[in-house]
Design a protein. Structure first.
Length: 229
């Protein structure tokens, strides 16, 4: 259903259907088959989906996770946010979307918070198992937990209790920040025993991860429909 489009010097995957839009920010798998399927599914729900390409054509379609992890460690927050803002401009300008949201997974979930705090055009923010550790790695310029305080849109966050990348204490800190906001509702999905990245099909050999995604995804779709349609 979707096509590859040029947006400035970037390429992105676009599944276009109407004037409601969502920007998709991938996990470590990059702009591979899985996120293209999610974009097509959103289009099937009547939402135009545009996918950021974090690794410039590299994904699990053609690279190992170790190679992509190496690229992630070199990623600059400001450069990534500038690219995402350019894609939002494309959604609201060239594509004429009257309302736009953002959804991200893992590394993309972190950027969904950072972008949501900076761009008030966003009608909603969805973050699946966001990689937001309080102990920031060297390539993180911004503390996504603290920055989440600046989000004014409704937020849906999905967290697995067995997340080894983000301790439960960090998730509790995030919840405190989100719930202290003066505007923007907070919706929380909490999955006991599920792993970081439970949305990833490669992790669905564990029933707890597959079950978590089966419950989480339809609620996220409904949330996006209700906020951008």
């Amino acid at each position: 259903m979707g096509v590859t489009v040029a947006v400035g010097e970037q390429t992105a995957y676009l599944a276009r259907v109407g004037h409601a839009g969502v920007l998709l920010l991938p996990m470590i798998t990059g702009i591979g088959e899985q996120i293209r399927e999610w974009a097509d599914e959103l289009a099937g729900e009547g939402i135009t989906a545009l996918v950021w390409d974090p690794f410039k054509g590299r994904s699990t379609d053609n690279s190992t996770r170790e190679e992509l992890s190496g690229l992630l460690r070199k990623m600059d927050d400001d450069t990534a946010l500038a690219e995402q803002t350019e894609l939002l401009d494309y959604l609201t300008g060239e594509l004429g979307c009257s309302k736009v949201g953002v959804i991200g997974w893992c590394l993309g979930g972190r950027f969904a918070f950072l972008l949501g705090a900076r761009d008030q055009r966003l009608a909603s923010v969805v973050a699946f198992h966001p990689t937001v550790p309080s102990k920031m790695p060297p390539h993180h310029t911004y503390d996504a937990i603290a920055e989440a305080a600046g989000i004014t849109a409704p937020v849906l966050v999905s967290y697995p209790s067995a997340d080894t990348a983000v301790p439960n204490a960090d998730f509790e800190a995030l919840q405190t920040v989100l719930q202290a906001r003066r505007t923007g509702a907070t919706f929380t999905q909490y999955f006991p025993g599920a792993d970081h990245g439970f949305s990833d099909k490669s992790r669905h050999d564990k029933a707890v991860n597959a079950d978590a995604f089966r419950l989480a995804w339809p609620q996220a779709l409904a949330f996006m429909r209700s906020t951008v349609a």
